[in-house]
Design a protein around this ligand. Structure first.
Ligand SMILES: *Cc1c(COP(=O)(O)O)cnc(C)c1O
Length: 380
């Protein structure tokens, strides 16, 4: 099956009892056994549910993985991956990760004696330097949030293998339409399905995908033991959202390219970061490993924070909202919104300036998005 066919069809078969083309929502907690010790493959929904299983097969297939395990949020998925480790272990992590991820690592997991070193994973020598004997996991986000740094997944996979580390990639920003990290040697791919995969701002969810049976067994065990599972209804909504992923992503990316080029040419914009612009520091790596550059842009205005605030308060079509990856264009101020919990000094050291603005470009007509930004920039 070609990729676009997989997006629409993979993992989904008509309901065997009725022929319903859309699989039903199995909204049930438990399942009646045929006799002691004999069930139909399901016993309790925390452990498994037919609707969730359909989604897990669909998502695994898109990333070229054998196994998918769904969780109730992207963060619950990250937490489950970190449960592969034990007290004393060390993690090397991209320095520009999603704010919730660094909050979880620094404020929760350090209580359990896990240790973290943050490095710019777009620079392999920095990763190599940070690896210690206790290092067990290399955790990479690409492109990162919000600075859109791109990490060479193949190079990291080789490095992880040579040091015997688990290698996980948070691929939320790229989606399997543009990047399939398992094919480049990653052990784990993670998505916040809240974003592009479900795609319509309708739910919170996450998934872990792998080809390794040992990792899959551990993820299933954590899923069933802790119970951070998505509801059957949320699984069903995600499954429907995914069926148009390829179309949406192509539109997100072509719109973002136009918006990025508009911003880069604008006199009031100091700097634009978009992996599809030749000015992006890892443009060549992005071009090599991705089939498109997705829909996220960040930019800095001449005039810093006050100019940024003016633009964000002046947009009309773009929604001032946390989150990303939905059909509507959304604009965010990382310093006060998504990354407010990252201490100011650390934020600045990471290049996350107070004037930075992030846009998740939607699938509206690009002329309307650009016109809205243009009128907002006039207010500066
Ligand atoms: C949103 C996001 C997460 C967390 O996902 P939730 O579904 O909000 O819990 C993790 N990583 C990245 C890159 C994200 O954008």
């Amino acid at each position: 099956m070609k990729f676009d066919t997989k997006v629409v069809r993979a993992g989904i078969t008509p309901d065997p009892t009725t022929g319903a083309i859309v699989p039903p929502i199995y909204q049930t907690a438990t399942y009646v056994l045929e006799e002691v010790g004999r069930d139909k493959g399901f016993d309790y929904t925390r452990a498994s549910n037919p609707t969730r299983q359909t989604l897990e097969h669909q998502l695994a297939s898109l990333d070229g993985g054998k196994y998918g395990v769904c969780f109730s949020s992207g963060m619950a998925s990250v937490d489950s991956c970190l449960k592969l480790l034990k007290a004393g272990d060390h993690v090397v992590c991209s320095d520009d990760v999603y704010g919730g991820v660094s909050r979880h690592f620094n404020n929760v997991l350090t209580r359990y004696n896990l240790h973290f070193t943050y490095v710019d994973t777009s620079k392999p020598e920095k990763v190599e330097e940070a690896i210690r004997p206790e290092t067990k996991l290399l955790w990479v986000e690409t492109p990162t949030n919000p600075l859109l740094k791109v990490t060479d997944v193949e190079v990291m996979a080789r490095l992880a293998k040579s040091h015997n580390l688990y290698f996980g990639v948070d691929s939320t920003f790229a989606t399997p339409v543009f990047l399939r990290p398992l094919e480049l040697g990653a052990d784990i791919v993670l998505h916040s399905t809240t974003k592009y995969l479900s795609g319509h701002n309708q739910l919170i969810g996450g998934v872990v995908i792998t080809n390794r049976e040992d990792i899959f067994e551990e993820m299933k065990f954590i899923q069933k033991t802790i119970g951070a599972v998505p509801s059957p209804f949320d699984c069903w909504l995600t499954m429907l959202g995914v069926k148009t992923l390829h179309l949406r992503m192509k539109k997100h990316a072509s719109n973002a390219q136009l918006v990025a080029e508009f911003l880069e040419a604008h006199a009031k914009v100091e700097r634009v970061t978009y992996p599809g612009l030749p000015s992006h520091p890892q443009y060549d790596v992005a071009k090599k490993q991705m089939d498109g550059f997705s829909g996220m842009i960040s930019f800095e205005l001449v005039g810093g924070i006050s100019a940024g605030k003016t633009v964000m308060n002046s947009v009309k079509l773009c929604g001032l909202a946390e989150s990303l990856g939905a059909v509507e264009t959304m604009i965010t101020h990382p310093a006060t919104m998504t990354h407010a919990d990252v201490p100011k000094e650390e934020r600045h050291a990471r290049g996350l300036t107070d004037g930075l603005v992030r846009i998740s470009v939607g699938i509206e007509d690009p002329e309307d998005i650009i016109a809205d930004l243009e009128q907002a920039l006039k207010e500066v």
